[in-house]
Design a protein around this ligand. Structure first.
Ligand SMILES: Cc1cc2nc3c(=O)[nH]c(=O)nc-3n(C[C@H](O)[C@H](O)[C@H](O)COP(=O)(O)OP(=O)(O)OC[C@H]3O[C@@H](n4cnc5c(N)ncnc54)[C@H](O)[C@@H]3O)c2cc1C
Length: 398
């Protein structure tokens, strides 16, 4: 009896597990659109932006991202694309393969600021902000972290007090992506009823957003302080659907889902740069890719890269099915950002001295990922989330 022969595709070093086969034609179309946009509009310039420590065409880029449906991508209505979680994840991967700063801008816009308004805002707030944010005409930021309160936002000091029917906000937020270019800031503050969120138009008197400079990571990204000095807002500026820390934490969960994918984009870029370099670079009379020690690095990098993408895809399917748990997102963020950094560092060694040059993307990604490791919950916070879920014991307070 003859054994039926199955058609096997040739081994693809860029997709060794055949993960592409898991994607629908629509998924691939989204991925290719975002990849093409990033190749045209980001990759030719990003090393220069990074070196100068600025993102000069941010507003133009935001409108273009709006035009391709990348802002608030998985949200429905109000001009949003209504894409699947997997498609949103693929977009994050492609954006971060260009630069984590661009992906951060998109994550904060869509998964933090727009998501907060979409999920917790009134119909009037949604109508007012979301269509213009989806089009990239208005940039949003998300103010949770404070100078003295990062991992423990429950202790935040920013306050919103009632004055008649108005609210008056006082306090400071720190490390806020998109802060000084935002038209609306979603600001979280203590009130008599616990933490509440506010949609703050950034031209409100008393609001300012000085940009933070001297960063050695996420240099092609705008990061700012938010200063709230007697910011008076009408009663309807509060997001009616969120009371307590669950509101901002659910937004962060959504954004960190995108990071699970995005980090693998930075890692893929470094892997590909190293593979290209190692096949062309010769030492001891042969390409360095031919040395066993270099091949061990490639094998290990590829294993972690594609395991990470599979994990992201798995979480995406769960998000689309409505079964994704926050602990599973912590699992993904903890693993994928940590492994992405390892891949970037290994790639850096393969490029030798050239690995530290901005001529190659490797060091840029590696330094960017240091921020990605810290924001949206540090490694330790996600270890504690998982530790609590695994043991049933809460170790957050020692
Ligand atoms: C480039 C960039 C952009 C950012 N964008 C935003 C934004 O748009 N909006 C926003 O709100 N925030 C933003 N952040 C802030 C980010 O979310 C915080 O930096 C992060 O939550 C960590 O807070 P922290 O820096 O105050 O560190 P800390 O909370 O002070 O932590 C310092 C260290 O102590 C550890 N630690 C703290 N508590 C414990 C514990 N119980 N057990 C063990 N270890 C512990 C931490 O894991 C960490 O290693 C951004 C940060 C960066 C770098």
């Amino acid at each position: 009896m003859s054994v039926p022969r199955t058609a096997r595709a040739p081994f693809d070093p860029h997709d060794p597990l055949g993960i592409d086969d898991l994607l629908s034609p629509e998924d691939r179309a989204v991925r290719d659109t975002v990849r093409g946009w990033a190749a045209d509009r980001v990759l030719p310039h990003v090393a220069d932006w990074y070196e100068r420590g600025e993102l000069p065409s941010l507003r133009e880029l935001a409108r273009e991202l709006g035009a391709i449906g990348a802002l608030g991508m998985p949200l429905t209505g109000y001009g949003c694309a209504g894409a699947s979680a997997v498609q949103y994840g693929l977009a994050c991967l492609e954006l971060e393969a260009a630069d984590s700063g661009i992906r951060s801008m998109v994550s904060v816009q869509g998964s933090l600021a727009m998501y907060a308004i979409h999920r917790y805002g009134s119909e009037e707030q949604r109508q007012e902000w979301l269509p213009r944010m989806a089009a990239g005409e208005v940039i949003g930021c998300f103010g949770l972290t404070e100078p003295d309160h990062g991992s423990d936002p429950a202790s935040m000091r920013t306050r919103a007090k009632r004055d008649g029917s108005d609210w008056v906000l006082d306090g400071r937020k720190m490390w806020i992506t998109n802060g000084s270019v935002a038209g609306v800031a979603v600001v979280w503050a203590q009130t008599e009823d616990g933490v509440r969120g506010f949609a703050v138009p950034t031209d409100t008197p008393g609001f300012s957003a000085p940009e933070i400079h001297h960063k050695w990571s996420l240099r092609a990204s705008v990061t700012s302080e938010l200063v709230l000095d007697g910011v008076r807002l009408p009663a309807d500026a509060v997001l009616p659907g969120a009371t307590g820390l669950g509101g901002p934490l659910s937004c962060l969960n959504h954004a960190r889902y995108g990071i699970v994918w995005g980090a693998m984009g930075a890692a893929r870029s470094c892997f590909e740069a190293a593979l290209d370099y190692a096949t062309g670079r010769e030492q001891f009379g042969r390409p360095i890719a031919g040395f066993q020690l270099t091949q061990a690095k490639f094998a290990d990098m590829a294993v972690e890269l594609h395991k990470g993408i599979l994990l992201a895809h798995h979480l995406g399917l769960r998000m689309d099915a409505g079964t994704l748990r926050p602990e599973q997102v912590s699992f993904g963020k903890l693993n994928n950002v940590r492994e992405a950094i390892e891949i970037c560092r290994t790639a850096r060694t393969i490029l030798g001295a050239n690995g530290i040059s901005l001529e190659y993307p490797v060091m840029r990604h590696a330094t960017n990922l240091e921020s990605v490791l810290t924001y949206e919950g540090t490694v330790e916070m996600h270890q504690l989330v998982l530790g609590k879920a695994l043991t049933g014991l809460d170790a957050f307070r020692g």
